[in-house]
Design a protein. Structure first.
Lengths: 130, 89
């Protein structure tokens, strides 16, 4: 459903640039610049979250995780080395982050997140994070 | 950066399955969800401790079994999950 909707929106939004084809905007590589413009403006409009806010929220989530000693949670903490979590626990943490930020992290990305700083980096650069 | 060696394919499959179960649990009622999560979490953690990491045959068997169970759990008709525990002597 969401996919259909976004596909439709993208399609509909193809028109304005061609109609309002502003003269002060030289078409460099039309398709590419369109894609980039759409990618950064409309779909994902201003939805990148502030890094420090993301850090705070992630730290709160991790501190609430029952197997973690809250005093050990720092912005640089590594899930395994510093917090003593195994890979299964890490899956749980990342799933909790998904819920906190309201979007789904695909498996191959989720497998790479093994520290708070990596989680911050990924979520802050993810446009759908809320 | 990575202090642990990269995850093996089999490990990724197991983690993916675990993620699948946790996602499926989200679609159930809050009470059931918690029950499912605690059962699933306990089983995965227990197996991760009890099964030798080189015992591919058994891990693969459990993966297959888990996938089937996950498919069942995903069905909207399935509302919950329960487990038996046998006391070990």
């Amino acid at each position: 459903m969401a996919a259909v909707r976004s596909a439709l929106l993208k399609h509909l939004r193809l028109t304005p640039p061609s109609i309002g084809g502003s003269p002060h905007h030289p078409p460099i590589t039309p398709s590419l610049s369109l894609v980039i413009r759409r990618w950064f403006s409309e779909d994902l409009k201003g939805s990148f979250l502030d890094k420090s806010e993301v850090t705070d929220r992630i730290i709160t989530v991790v501190k609430n995780f029952e197997k973690v000693d809250p005093s050990k949670v720092t912005p640089n903490a590594h899930f395994h080395n510093n917090l003593g979590l195994d890979s299964l626990d890490t899956v749980e943490v990342v799933m909790a982050l998904e819920e906190e930020f309201g979007f789904e992290i695909p498996d191959n990305e989720a497998d790479k997140i093994n520290s708070i700083s990596l989680a911050v980096e990924f979520i802050a650069s993810h446009p759908q994070a809320k | 950066m990575a202090s642990r060696p990269k995850l093996s394919g089999l490990q990724k499959q197991v983690l993916g399955l675990y993620r699948g179960f946790l996602r499926a649990a989200r679609s159930k009622g809050p009470e059931e969800r918690q029950r499912i999560e605690s059962i699933v979490s306990a089983e995965f953690h227990q197996n991760s401790k009890n099964i030798d990491r080189k015992n591919f045959l058994q891990i693969e068997y459990l993966l297959r079994r888990g996938k089937k169970q996950l498919d069942q759990l995903k069905s909207p008709d399935t509302v919950g999950l329960s487990s038996f525990t046998f006391s070990q002597q």
